[in-house]
Design a protein around this ligand. Sequence first.
Ligand code: NAP
Length: 341
Amino acid sequence: MRRVAVVGAAGYVGGELLRILIGHPHVEVVVACSRRQAGRQVDNVHPNLRGLTGLTFVEPDALDCVDVLFLATQHTQTMGAIHGFTRLAKQVIDLSADFRLSDPEVYRRYYGVPHQAAELLGDFVYGLPELHRDRLRSADRVAVPGCMATAAILALHPLAAAGLIEGGASVDARTGSSGAGATAGPENLHAERSGSMRVFAPVRHRHEAEIAQQTGVAVRMTATGVEAVRGVQVLCRASLADGADERAVRQAYRRAYAGEPFIRIVAYTRGLYRLPEPKILTGSNFCDVGFAVDPASRSAVLVAALDNLVKGSAGNAVQSMNIRHGWPERAGLEFPGLHPN
Ligand SMILES: NC(=O)c1ccc[n+]([C@@H]2O[C@H](COP(=O)([O-])OP(=O)(O)OC[C@H]3O[C@@H](n4cnc5c(N)ncnc54)[C@H](OP(=O)(O)O)[C@@H]3O)[C@@H](O)[C@H]2O)c1
């Protein structure tokens, strides 16, 4: 059994990491860190874990060496502490945004502060197995993608790689309230959030930078908070290259995702769930990807959905760990989602 620890374990992503790791056949969770909750029992904060763990939160300063260290801390704050963390574990898996972008100048533009550990950016592998599985097999430093970025990249990449997209793309993302974390401000009060459809990033959402870096497509991104706790859905609109039609689009997805354990192509002409919907993905590590082509305008709408706390963060992190250690990729990630939900 490998010994693993989670920093930022009292947050939503941290809680989801604990849930998955506690049920994982090859690891033992030995430490859960939280500054604010130090001294409290983990299952006081994450009540779904009652009866499954006897752990108590400890201060990050009390952390000792482990085999794998997960960082579920906030972006712009993780990079300042990274040198201390990398001394404590052979494998460090960061779920914040701090090591996803290879260019520190792009980081400064999108996150508004200079990068504090730019010398380490080259050490991190982008933790998206569908694009970087080979590099993840030996990756001791992993930067797990953003939740909306994961969905958009998985929708756009197969077409971009096959040369089927002409020009840039627009990404319209919708997200549930857990995407804002457990320490969100007044905007996430029930009275303000319930029933809302709030366009909180009309232009230049931060994930734009990751999507462009990973797909090579210039994207313009909008993000809206919708009436859900979990879930991300993205709609990517793109013009198709000369000669590209629906058959070519379907083939590109099939080729890219044949054999992928967590990607399903969902593009049906009948039924209730014809295109990807996060509703049936709650708790699962699947990302469903679908499309519709308009031959008249030679354009396509690409749709992807996932659970932001699983394939959009904690599940993707565990999948990356599984690859590094040579374990079955599905280990700890078998839950199929719920219907009805
Ligand atoms: N939520 C999502 O859907 C999602 C998806 C993908 C990636 N992410 C990324 O994953 C990381 C964790 O996200 P999360 O949603 O779990 O966030 P969260 O619920 O706010 O918790 C993150 C941790 O950050 C610390 N923290 C929170 N507020 C703080 C503050 N004001 N000052 C200092 N520390 C603070 C807390 O640690 P202590 O208890 O030690 O204070 C907390 O446990 C973030 O970088 C986020 O961008 C989130």
